[in-house]
Design a protein around this ligand. Structure first.
Ligand SMILES: [Zn+2]
Length: 450
């Protein structure tokens, strides 16, 4: 039998991890299983996976100009990171030190989202793009091949639309899925004029829908109410955008419920979501996306400083919250929430490490949540998130032989090779044919000074 032509073969993987499952995502007890293929192989032509299976089978049927020998290595799908705020100006590292030490900073520091909003407004388009591309390089080097990227540091209609245009215009090997964050936080100048601000948010939707795949609203005691989010969410749906919700991060505002009502693709954070909310999400097919990087970076699971000494932890015990979401039947995913304030890590490997340590999740659960379920959260599970015939050629070859080691070791980048959309874009841990030698050569601070 003549062999069929492929462009790329990856053969002899110690473990090939398909992460395959149903289109609605992997739920319940199935989360605890991955079925690695020993001595695994896959074939890619153009941007698509042609075949996945044992090397003996795949290599018998296909030949290719390029073959990667993955002996001793794990091969997995590229990560899908379904929640980030990619485009922003300035950094918040000084504010962070003051927060963790509870010491007054040496000089007065502006902080919080409003600081980032001001810095973002001050930063010209080309610098914002340059910084975002640098962060995408870092994400790619760490195994991410699809990234959801939302606006949110404009707060005013024209500035949010500027950030959306920049986000949607990014050209990079990481596939960027743009989201318009219509309701993030209420600007101070609207403190007594909430209805006026809703009109501002609504006025941007038509234009946003031309560029954004999703519209996001924040339903939280510190942000917007159930009714406000429902109103903007329904208007956004009418424009054709999918819906995402920042839900119940600082208290139960009914965020999970409004997400289900809006048939949102995903509701994220969910620290205080109710069981009723999780059940409604499961029924509506809304993915529950948890963000362990925020839990770590905001020190939310350690006791807080009080005038009397140490108090309680800031948040409910997150391992139980995640278990409640799984028990309710929701599809659960994980993400970085990459942003300058509450979680500056661009690495899904870090998210995996934290999901085990902070959320007490098992290796198989974590892999399923960072691949197929994360793709489901972007309505892309039919196209990517697993190594299956017909799916996008997004593949990572690792420097370790098993999927458990990626999570067990932490603090180092274990990626050897990344294939994105069928092309080898990272080789031996370095960007191949990229605009940049290494992303570390141009960190944000250096770009900002330039
Ligand atoms: Zn967010």
């Amino acid at each position: 039998m003549a062999k069929r032509n492929a462009d790329l073969l990856i053969v002899h993987a110690a473990e090939l991890l398909p992460c395959s499952g149903p289109a609605e995502g992997i739920r319940g007890a199935a989360l605890e299983r991955v079925e690695p293929i020993a001595d695994g192989a896959l074939a890619i032509r153009d941007d698509r996976i042609l075949a996945v299976g044992p090397t003996a089978e795949v290599a018998r049927k296909f030949s290719a100009a390029t073959t990667i020998d993955a002996t001793g290595r794990l091969v997995s799908p590229g990560f899908v990171d379904p929640h980030s705020h990619l485009v922003y100006g300035g950094t918040r590292h000084e504010e962070y030190e003051a927060k963790v030490t509870q010491r007054a900073p040496a000089r007065r520091l502006d902080g919080g989202i409003r600081f980032t909003v001001r810095k973002t407004r001050e930063t010209p388009d080309d610098l914002l793009v340059e910084q975002a591309l640098g962060d995408l390089d870092t994400m790619l080097l760490h195994g991410t091949t699809t990234l959801e990227a939302k606006t949110g540091y404009g707060l005013e209609r024209d500035e949010e639309l500027r950030l959306l245009r920049l986000t949607a215009g990014l050209r990079h090997a990481v596939d960027v899925v743009p989201t318009y964050l219509a309701l993030h936080v209420l600007p101070e100048e609207y403190a007594d004029r909430r209805a006026d601000y809703l009109r501002v948010a609504l006025s941007g939707l038509e234009e946003a829908a031309e560029l954004a795949r999703f519209c996001d609203v924040s339903c939280d005691p510190l942000c917007f109410t159930f009714d406000e989010c429902l109103r903007v969410g329904e208007a956004a749906r009418a424009t054709g955008m999918g819906i995402r919700v920042h839900a119940d991060q600082f208290g139960d505002a009914g965020g999970a419920l409004v997400a289900a009502r809006l048939q949102a693709a995903s509701a994220d954070h969910l620290d205080y979501a109710s069981d009723e909310g999780f059940r409604a999400m499961a029924e509506a097919g809304t993915v529950a996306t948890f963000l362990p990087g925020v839990t770590l970076h905001m020190c939310e699971m350690t006791p807080r400083f009080t005038p009397e000494g140490l108090g309680d932890a800031e948040k409910p015990f997150l391992p139980l919250v995640v278990r409640r979401a799984i028990a309710a039947g929701a599809t659960v995913a994980l993400s970085t929430d990459f942003n300058p304030g509450s979680c500056p890590t661009p690495s899904m490997q870090m998210v995996m490490a934290l999901a085990a340590r902070l959320f007490r999740l098992g290796y198989a659960e974590i892999w399923n949540m960072c691949t197929l379920n994360a793709a489901r959260s972007l309505d892309l599970a039919h196209d990517r998130g697993s190594l299956e015939e017909g799916k996008r050629g997004d593949v990572v070859v690792w420097n370790v032989p098993s999927h458990g080691l990626v999570i067990n070791r932490f603090g180092v980048n274990l990626v050897d090779t990344v294939v994105a959309n069928g092309r080898i874009v990272v080789e031996k841990g370095r960007l191949k044919g990229s605009r940049r030698r290494t992303p570390a050569a141009r960190p944000r601070a250096a770009v900002a000074r330039a």
